[in-house]
Write a protein that binds this ligand. Structure first.
Ligand code: PMP
Length: 297
């Protein structure tokens, strides 16, 4: 599903066949989830293949490695260049890119001595998620910021995401909504969250969430579209039954919420602020004018 006999990956300084690349069974990353990674999208735009927000993603990868004490010497420019090369070698345009920084053998609980960079990519032609999601407030809380570097994208954190996502799916929902340790709304297992009330958007302030690159893009778009957005902590009761809501993330893009804990959002998606932002986001990633993107939608 992710690769075949011809797929090329970048691993430890070389381009090679995905089937021929292998990681060490004695590595810290495998045993302790001590690795950092990114999820990046490339889009086929009218001007050619474009990696969306490459700088922001690779700056975050370097930040994640740095706060975790993982040695990682690549520059953002180098990483971007390698990634365009990787897409080209595979003939990919619309793609999902997954770089990961892995630590070499070390079974002790001390920081990484050396790292290896792997960049994998696969074609991503699903288009935009048009389905509206039914979410449930999870019994699992997001990791405590006193115990984890929550602003870093660390492999081990995703055990929490898997627990919450599977719990929601087992209960018949599309996705989970996790609270922080104080009981405020935090985020989805792999996306940030916004809700709308009385023509104003609200999203959890940073501190207990992964500060998403898509979240930042949405906030930028709000200022372009004259939409008021408030970053603050709030309880699930403030969001449940509000006018509209959406999740956003590199993979999810901007995706509508239908209901939260079976309580529907009240206005039709097409009339929501989220809908405007969904169109504006589409235009942005495709480097199109907003008006042209709306016409095509
Ligand atoms: N929160 C979590 C927990 C995530 O995994 C992601 C996806 N990286 C996001 C938020 C959204 O981040 P971004 O917009 O940078 O993809």
């Amino acid at each position: 599903m992710y690769y075949n006999d011809n797929t090329i990956v970048y691993f430890d300084g070389n381009f090679q066949k995905a089937r021929e690349a292998s990681v060490d069974l004695y590595g810290q990353s495998l045993h302790y989830g001590y690795a950092v990674f990114e999820g990046i999208r490339a889009y086929a735009t009218a001007k050619g293949t474009r990696i969306f927000k490459a700088k922001e993603h690779y700056d975050r990868l370097r930040f994640s490695a740095s706060v975790m004490g993982i040695p990682f010497a690549y520059s953002t420019e180098e990483l971007t260049r390698i990634t365009y090369d990787l897409l080209d070698r595979n003939g990919f345009s619309d793609a999902y890119i997954r770089p990961i920084v892995l630590c070499t053998p070390n079974m002790s609980l001390t920081k990484g001595k050396q790292s290896q960079l792997a960049i994998t990519a696969w074609e991503w032609t699903n288009g935009y998620l048009s389905n509206q999601m039914r979410i449930m407030t999870s019994g699992y809380r997001r990791p405590n910021p006193s115990g984890f570097k929550v602003a870093a994208k660390v492999s081990g954190h995703y055990v929490n995401s898997i627990l919450a996502c599977q719990e929601a799916k087992d209960a018949g929902y599309d996705e989970a909504l996790l609270l922080d340790i104080h009981g405020n709304v935090a985020e989805g297992p792999g996306a940030n969250v916004f809700y709308e009330r009385d023509n104003v958007l609200y999203t959890p302030a940073t501190g207990n969430i992964l500060p998403g690159i898509t979240r930042a893009t949405v906030i930028e778009l709000c200022s372009e579209l004259n939409i008021t957005v408030v970053e603050q902590q709030f309880k699930p009761e403030a969001m449940r039954g509000s006018d509209s809501g959406f999740y956003c993330g590199t993979a999810a893009e901007v995706v509508a919420l239908e209901s939260m804990d079976d309580v529907p959002f009240t206005i039709p998606w097409e009339e929501s602020l989220g809908y405007q932002l969904q169109q504006a986001y589409k235009a942005k990633v495709l480097e199109m004018e907003y008006a042209a993107a709306i016409k095509e939608a």
